[in-house]
Ligand binder design. Sequence first.
Ligand code: ZN
Length: 391
Amino acid sequence: MITLIEHAEVFSPQAQGQQQVLVAGQRISAVNAKIDIQGNAVQRINATGCYLVPGLVDSLAHIIGGGGEGGFRTRTPELNADDAFASGVTTLVGVLGTDSITRTLTNLLAKAHALTEEGLNCYCHTGSYQIPVRTLFPTISEDLLLIDKFIGVGEVAIADHRSSQPTPDELKKLAAEARVGGMLSGKAGIVSVHVGPASAGVSLLREVAASSDIPLTQFYPTHMNRNQQLVEQGFAFLQAGGWIDFTTSTTPQELAAGEVQCAKALLQAWQLGLDCSRITFSSDANASLPLFDDQQQFIGLGIGRIGSLLEEVVAAVRLGVPLPVALSVATTNPARVLKLPQKGEITVGKDADLVLLDKETLAVRAVMSRGIWRYSDGSLPVPVQRDSLFV
Ligand code: ZN
């Protein structure tokens, strides 16, 4: 299959102006102002009025569901592939959550394979919230070396009453193993760290890096927009050379209680002149988000949404963050942290994971993953192939 996308303004995520993009098989084979190609086999898509951007890379999603902190009834459901495509997400990383007893790595792997069969690019992390972490083989290194889909470890919880209260030594050993496993397998071997609400924040990570040969970049702390204090700790972490991740799923109650909206956290970084190429957004999709009424009574559960990823990118643009910067936190940047060189950019040779956004509304009009159209809002004549068997 050969597809020529014409008349779109390309953000690779850097602004490229109007370019034609040729897709052959699963890859981008040319990006040029004018591409001469003829023949009936070429599918031409007139994308006038659209931005063409890379498929979004979501570095943290509870693909088999999460939650459970309020008893069995509070377990959340699995992620649906169609929801990801409709939100412009083409690559994602699945993790376990607080519960690593009834949620298992074997189940996580099976779901990652299912989502891949449905057209997504799905990876996952070995390990769990608590240390000693769950693994399939006896060690983290073996899991990274021997199981293709595992690319890192996590999310490991710190600064949280639900964590195993890890010591610096425990975290050091875990990071060392992830590092070696990552090196030997040519993968990221990154340690995804769930940072809870306790005031210690990321200080444990700073301590581990300061007292060992483990660099700060081995850690990938998430939920760093939990409150303004943590945002500022995150900025210091960034300036010390680390990566930080902001979570896009939230509730009005969380925001009222002091959580910093993802888009506003990025705006702060941008206005302070910080290196935004070390910042990422992730959705925390299918995590449980408890909801309370005015009297703080529990009234039910919200569920983290994969659609929040693009929504916060758009919100950041509306707040004044330049489109290439806002796009990079959900495309190029996570692809770099996760060491997925085929992802996150529109350049020749990369995987054809592409999203057409409406120029005015920034709504998703069509999504291609590995060269196959997987979603359309109906406004463009793209032949959508659906490999999910669920109707
Ligand atoms: Zn978490």
